[in-house]
Design a binder for this molecule. Structure first.
Ligand code: GDP
Length: 324
């Protein structure tokens, strides 16, 4: 089985479920420690949105820029060596400028949106974009159909994710989430083939935000069931260190929903799916609260490329031990 658009004939050995920022960090580590074509990534598209007539897929693009070494590492999103002429002109015209679109980044959105209008699927376009960026791994959007993460706020509003995250800078208190369109979305056939191939060594849930990155993927009918039905070790890396998110609103989201900001709360989001959990060394005491799960405590803070590779290696070896 060869996933669409790939340059390799054998089936991937490792599947990662990934959001953007935290996810792409571990994806990069895996990309470097594995033969890249042995890596498949299913990316969250619940953050995707329409802006200025363009379809923007922030997590897919963060993963693409990260794996192709074209990302702005200091900013944590967008392209390095970016220019902003278009956004500045847009501002001068009085157009909508709340979403930071760099010129190089814009080219990706123009390319993708034009192909979508021609009737190509998001999966096909993603394969072609990643190939043009020289990425040698199988990266699949969680569905070709639109699934939008909606944030429900204490003041009674239902906000699309980017509106909450970028426009309102995560200020509204949240009460819950809906993954709009998920019920009628279809899991990519290539993803189900990978899960059922019998060739997977491990499934890794990246240290992404469960509510707005991983659960949207699992909300696509068939994906969770296919993973649960397989006997592949499924290992999650916690995005919390010392009860805090490394970046982003995760800890606040937990507290606002009445849940403690702990590794236990993260594990509970993936109930019935996990074979093991990786937490940071500083949280090794949390193993007591995770008694139902094998736990590996290692350094999970990824500052350097070496950190990303070491964590990737630790997680793979942990999964191998769980399989034995
Ligand atoms: P988004 O899709 O861009 O929101 O990004 P993700 O959901 O993939 O990642 C956000 C999560 O990554 C946050 O909850 C962070 O705590 C987590 N994160 C970021 N960097 C690191 C890191 O170095 N180590 C760990 N363990 N988590 C991280």
């Amino acid at each position: 089985m060869t996933p669409a658009g790939s340059g390799k004939t054998s089936s991937p050995k490792v599947l990662a479920l990934s959001g953007g920022i935290g996810g792409a960090k571990l994806d990069l580590g895996l990309y470097h420690v594995l033969d890249p074509w042995d890596l498949a990534i299913v990316a969250n598209t619940g953050d995707d949105f329409e802006h200025l007539g363009l379809t923007i897929c922030p997590d897919l693009d963060t993963i693409m820029y990260t794996l192709s070494a074209t990302s702005d590492e200091a900013k944590g999103w967008g392209r390095k060596d970016e220019t902003w002429a278009c956004l500045e002109q847009l501002k001068a015209l009085g157009g909508s400028s709340w979403f930071g679109l760099g010129d190089k980044d814009l080219a990706v959105h123009l390319y993708r949106s034009a192909l979508l209008r021609e009737g190509k699927s998001l999966g096909e376009i993603t394969a072609s974009l990643f190939a043009r960026f020289g990425v040698k791994a199988h990266v699949l959007p969680m569905a070709d159909q639109a699934v939008g993460t909606i944030i429900h706020t204490r003041d009674g509003r239902d906000l699309p994710f980017q509106h909450y995250f970028v426009k309102e800078r995560c200020a509204p208190e949240i009460t819950g989430f809906t993954y709009q369109g998920a019920q009628t979305a279809k899991p990519p056939a290539a993803l189900l083939d990978i899960i059922r191939s019998g060739d997977l060594r491990a499934v890794i849930v990246a240290p992404s935000n469960p509510f707005v990155s991983i659960n949207p993927i699992l909300s696509v009918p068939g994906i969770r069931a296919a993973l649960a039905a397989s006997n592949i070790p499924v290992v999650a890396v916690s995005p919390l260190i010392g009860g805090a998110a490394v970046k982003g609103p995760l800890a606040r989201m937990l507290v606002e929903m009445g849940l403690p900001a702990t590794n236990r709360s993260i594990a509970d989001q993936y109930k019935g799916l996990l074979s093991g959990m990786v937490i940071d060394t500083t949280d090794k005491g949390d193993a007591d609260t995770l008694q139902d799960l094998p736990v590996l405590a290692v350094n999970t803070l990824m500052n350097s490329l070496e950190d990303r590779m070491r964590l990737a290696q630790d997680v793979l070896e942990f999964a191998d031990r769980l399989r034995e």
